[in-house]
Design a protein around this ligand. Sequence first.
Ligand SMILES: Cc1ncc(COP(=O)(O)O)c(C=O)c1O
Length: 462
Amino acid sequence: MTEVPQPPHRRRAHTSTRDLERYAGLFAERTTVMRSSAMRDLMAVTARPEVISLAGGLPDTSTFPPKSFAAQMTKIAQESAAAALQYGPTEGFDETKDCIVEVMAAEGMLPDPDDIVVTTGGQQAIDLVTKTLVDPDDVVFCEAPTYPGAVPVFCSYQADVRQVEMDGDGMRIDLLEELLEELRAEGKQPKFVYTVPTFQNPAGVTLSLERRLRLVELARMHELLVVEDNPYGMLRYGGEALPPLYQLDGGDFVIYLGTFSKILSPGIRLGWVVAPPPVLEKIILGKGAADLCTSTLTQYFVRGYFAEGGWRAYVEDLVVLYKRRRDVMLEALREHFPAAATWTEPQGGLFIWATLPDYIDTGDLLAKALRNDVAFVPGTAAYVDGRGKNSMRLNFSGVTEEEIREGIKRIGRVIGEQVDLYETLAPGSSEAPSSTAAPSAQDQSSDANNVVPLRRAGGAGA
Ligand SMILES: Cc1ncc(COP(=O)(O)O)c(C=O)c1O
């Protein structure tokens, strides 16, 4: 009998040059502009237990009561095992949509359940919207800095990404208007404006009411689609809630993206899109091609959890916890970061954006920080064009107060060493980031290292 050769069972240590050559000719053109996600890359390093990671955007899932989790899973096993283990509709179950409507109503929105598609996390929502709307070289506007996880998506679809500067009141809508004018002069129309208007990732700032109204007005005037990504709206630690863009617009030109990741769990991978029916139809086609449907099991979990009625109380607990962690981080920054540094003081969400003197490259700084077992996201991850070199994103939700203090102390120490070195080499020339004023339109095209720091918001709020 002929013996069937067995494939070798071994872990491939590295991809060799020969391997690369073998496959290179097969890659699609879009792979040349694909980028990896900075956070994913960092996860490999930050998984080491001794590393204090201020890099991820991790909610503290240890706060979710294991008993509640066990009770839900047992109930599913006993009452609906076969259905929960089966495929489901591509657009998601009606019961999941009811939970989504409940979450959106808590922020003042009243979507039609028929306008909702359940997605595999908010990340897939960004991917599907971009897949539906963007051809290579189509223009997409977003904030500068933008959500680092959106950058690889826009790059994969070969979008022409134009980033609009922010200040303490969010995206500069006046600059957006100028850029829209310029684009129109080129005979082009952008495909959409992507924004995280509330407690932005990474900057932590919130779009003011005045700017929200103007953005929605512009959308109507120019039939411009605005993609509002709102994972953090319910994580508010101070100040007054502002109406989401979706609420102001009524859903004609605003496509809304939501997720259960930050109010319940990222592990369940449940998000959603609310879009006008013709757009939704295409998104559902795209989703069917991508993954057939979102996890049936986790949709059953959410349905059961919402039926218990305690989801808002859990979010309130998270708010108390994260508010304290934000305060601890702000205090640690004041204590350990040099006078030349500035940072935002977010009224919600999970992130603080810090800007250092422009001679410091936070990519290099990260290597030094990792040697001290602490991590952050370097600012360049939030730009498509290499800007953000002297900025960093710091997360305060996924670490304990003690870790926050120690982590910021260690980062402060490596920054201090850089400042001292610079002072020694060029005495008297170290200074605070060049300006705290909002940038002019011309600043937008300036040198890659020159990111205007975001003005500190007026007080951290109650
Ligand atoms: C602005 C924003 N959008 C989308 C996501 C993706 O979240 P998920 O896919 O876990 O729902 C995140 C996660 O951090 C985010 O910050």
